[in-house]
Design a protein around this ligand. Structure first.
Ligand SMILES: Nc1ncnc2c1ncn2[C@@H]1O[C@H](COP(=O)(O)OP(=O)(O)OP(=O)(O)O)[C@@H](O)[C@H]1O
Length: 325
């Protein structure tokens, strides 16, 4: 069987934030690919570099950030594109949704107008056509009474509805890739489940690729096909969700999984507590950055940088993975 060509291909992505003489290596050589209709989750504790990775893809990092590596969308290299080209691409080929929908929406414009906006800008629809299409999109994301809702303002909608509106805006121009950064963290558990179900359906129906950033392993188990476990800016383990959750090889993944959530388990399962903190690095790692918190660390872990390499049926970056190489 020939593998499905990926829509998004990221190679050796690096992000450094530079402020005066302070440098933070937020992303340290991350590589992955996402195929159409596939959900890839990025998971890890706070400060692991998940948002920096997502923001780098969309070209939305602040000027203090230095990006290296390659980001290819279909056959196009995005790294190095100017702000104008990136702005043209955002909302058309790649869209992003964030954690807090209420602060992402404009409070003084009706939601219909906000959904219509990318259709006018990117697809060149007339005001009337864009309004009509906006109502269809509001309906498609599961908001009842879409004609009336389109005339309302964000404060008249619940948090869950606002996130549905954000999704309608994001998918309006049928992007190839959707990047969702903690899209359900600010919502009630029951609303979370329906929003995730909506995202999953849209990915399947439209053949989009979804990059889903989350702290929540239960969400990963329920929604994602593949997962990257990040630690201190690096991918420590990545592969198919079912395989990786069934046979975690990296001590960090094993610690996170704690009471392992398997597909179908409690959706609110959170990362297990691991004593210690994620280090902020000034440059590329020279050793295993997890060694200081790892119960299985050996002398070489503090000297050598482990690289991502096949272990079983997925990849792990550990000198002494569970079960050996
Ligand atoms: N604008 C910035 N300037 C300087 N450092 C930053 C900036 N944004 C992020 N960082 C640093 O980069 C590292 C990775 O941060 P990032 O926000 O990507 O992590 P995260 O895994 O998404 O965390 P969270 O789940 O809390 O959002 C952290 O050490 C963080 O302090």
């Amino acid at each position: 069987m020939t593998p499905t060509p990926s829509v998004l291909q990221v190679d050796d992505l690096g992000v450094d934030f530079v402020q005066g003489d302070r440098r933070t290596r937020a992303v340290d050589g991350v590589s992955f690919a996402v195929a159409p209709g596939q959900v890839l989750a990025l998971v890890g504790e706070s400060g692991c570099g998940k948002s920096a990775t997502a923001t780098a893809l969309a070209g939305l990092l602040p000027v203090s950030a230095h990006v290296s590596g390659s980001i290819r969308l279909d056959d196009r290299e995005l790294h190095g594109l100017g702000e104008r080209e990136l702005a043209r691409l955002r909302g058309r080929d790649m869209s992003m949704i964030f954690q807090d929908p209420t602060s992402s929406l404009n409070p003084v414009l009706s939601v219909g107008r906000q959904v219509a906006e990318p259709l006018r800008r990117h697809a060149g629809l007339s005001r009337r056509e864009a309004r009509r299409r906006a109502v269809e999109l509001i309906d498609e994301v599961g908001i009842a009474d879409p004609v009336r809702r389109a005339r309302e303002y964000p404060h008249q909608l619940s948090g869950g509805m606002c996130q549905r509106v954000m999704i309608a805006i994001a998918i309006a121009c049928n992007p190839r890739v959707l990047v969702a950064d903690e899209p359900t963290t600010a919502l009630d558990a029951t609303v979370q489940a329906t929003i995730l179900e909506l995202l999953r359906r849209l990915v399947a129906e439209r053949g989009m690729a979804l990059l889903l950033i989350t702290h929540d392993l239960g969400v990963v188990a329920d929604v994602a096909d593949r997962v990257i476990v990040m630690y201190a800016g690096r991918s420590v383990e990545q592969g198919a969700v079912a395989e990786l959750f069934a046979h975690p090889r990296h001590p960090y993944t094993r610690a996170l999984l704690g009471a392992t959530p398997t597909p179908g388990d409690d959706k609110r399962a959170r990362l297990a507590e691991i004593p210690g903190m994620v280090p902020a690095l000034a440059g590329p790692a020279r050793d295993c950055t997890f060694a200081a918190r790892c119960r299985h660390a050996q002398a070489d872990c503090r000297r050598l940088r482990p690289e991502l390499a096949p272990a079983g049926r997925h990849e792990v970056s550990c000198l002494h993975p569970e079960g050996g190489r």
